[in-house]
Design a protein around this ligand. Structure first.
Ligand code: SF4
Ligand code: SF4
Length: 417
């Protein structure tokens, strides 16, 4: 039986109706020039950075468009929450945009709760903190650790941003401790000048927060900068294993530990004890049909609007995968076209996924498969029998070393589908 299915336009419409997050690329300008930036010269696959700002009028057009859909339709939830998120570049360079959009959203009288959030390098945070506290913004602050760890995050003049960022964040915590406690989080990038342990301990000790630690983006690296990339890249798993306090660190990181995350996916898929809904109690899971690859169906997680008015599935993928567009006076979002385009990618991968032993626990986003636009696109995550056996034995031996994780992962963690 063919276990794969295609997606439909109505599925996309339902996702838009239940949209969880709308993210605006407020500006493509930045006041820092981080050496490893995903929009920097190590990479390709994004629209040229031209110090542009997303026009407020275009952001209002998409909000009006969505509001019409939200008013007409019935969502799955009694009162859904949608995040309006501001992203860059550095969003604080276009504060006027943020204030206008927040005011606009507050006056829209939408039938859902709206929450505001922003990813920021915190260089200008001291100017606007009162506003963010007042609006209960959820802030995600980029900080790689101590001064040495932060030394790739430099100003245009090459100066380490550490002192300014720390001063601003300390000020925020000192003046608004309750807000800080509830609404502020940190994201760190791992590279050859920091370590998972150093960064984690620094931020935990200084601000009482557990940062999310990510590796450098490993797709769409420019060939002529590969050497530079390889020099800068550090593997998260290896960094954790290199720690003198590996055990304690691993326990503290919990889901931030890649091996624990792998075990979670493995147990949820293969233990036979996890059911996503009541239907799964009555049917053989293997007979349930799903889409190939591990890609989310468009707009299930979020909708991202670039500074050029392109509408994309999320901020982490190549801008050439835009699914719609906001022009000066209208929004073009054709759900049938989007479904067809998405299905054409899925169909291209179908044959490989059918033969892949990882198919029921796949986490591979199709937009990261090299040359997905070309007919001979190959997934590097493909697993044959032998590779799958190795993967199984790796997960089981990790579980054997950490038996307490079974109960913890099965009872404390859910995977959103
Ligand atoms: S990276 Fe891929 S799977 Fe993840 S949110 Fe973006 S589109 Fe979806
Ligand atoms: S890992 Fe396997 S199932 Fe997932 S996209 Fe690649 S080939 Fe398909």
């Amino acid at each position: 039986m063919n276990r794969f299915r295609e997606i439909s336009a109505s599925e996309i419409e339902e996702n838009i109706l239940n949209l969880k997050q709308l993210t605006f690329e407020v500006t493509d300008a930045c006041n820092l020039q981080c050496k490893y930036c995903g929009y920097g010269d190590l990479y390709y696959g994004y629209d040229k950075r031209e110090s542009k700002c997303l026009p407020v009028s275009k952001a209002k057009l998409i909000l009006d468009y969505l509001s019409e859909i939200w008013k007409r339709g019935n969502t799955n939830l009694e009162r859904p929450t949608t995040y309006i998120s501001f992203y860059g570049g550095e969003p604080l360079l276009n504060m006027q945009f943020i204030k206008e959009i927040v005011a606009y959203v507050e006056n829209m009288n939408l039938n859902r709760d709206m929450t505001f959030s922003m990813t920021t390098n915190a260089m200008l945070l001291d100017r606007y903190m009162e506003y963010f506290v007042d609006k209960r913004f959820h802030l995600l602050i980029s900080l790689d650790g101590d001064k040495e760890a932060q030394s790739y995050r430099v100003t245009k003049g090459g100066e380490n941003s550490f002192d300014t960022v720390i001063r601003n964040v300390e000020e925020l915590q000192r003046l608004y401790p309750d807000y800080f406690d509830k609404c502020v989080n940190f994201n760190s990038v791992l590279h050859n000048r920091n370590s998972v342990e150093g960064t984690y301990q620094f931020i935990k000790n200084k601000f009482g927060k557990e940062p999310t630690i990510s590796e450098l983006n490993n797709s769409e690296i420019r060939e002529d900068r590969r050497e530079e990339y390889d020099k800068t890249y550090r593997n998260k798993r290896e960094s954790i294993h290199a720690s003198e306090n590996y055990r304690e660190l691993s326990d503290e990181l919990f889901m931030g530990e890649p091996e624990t995350y792998d075990l979670l996916i493995f147990l949820h898929q293969y233990s036979g004890n996890v059911f996503r809904d009541y239907n799964e109690l009555f049917v053989d899971k293997k007979k349930l049909r799903c889409t190939p690859t591990g890609t989310c169906v468009p707009f299930w997680k979020k909708m991202f609007v670039t500074v050029n008015g392109k509408i994309i599935q999320c901020e982490r993928i190549d801008h050439s995968f835009s699914l719609g567009k906001i022009t000066d006076n209208s929004v073009f979002l054709d759900t049938k076209y989007i479904a067809d385009r998405f299905n054409s990618y899925l169909n291209k991968m179908k044959r490989q996924c059918e033969n892949c032993c990882r198919q029921t626990s796949c986490t591979q986003c199709l937009y990261y498969i090299p040359d997905i636009d070309k007919p001979d696109a190959k997934c590097h995550g493909f697993m044959n029998d032998e590779e799958f056996k190795q993967y199984t034995s790796y997960c089981l031996s990790y579980l054997k070393d950490n038996p307490y994780l079974y109960k913890k992962l099965m009872t404390e963690v859910t995977i959103e589908q």
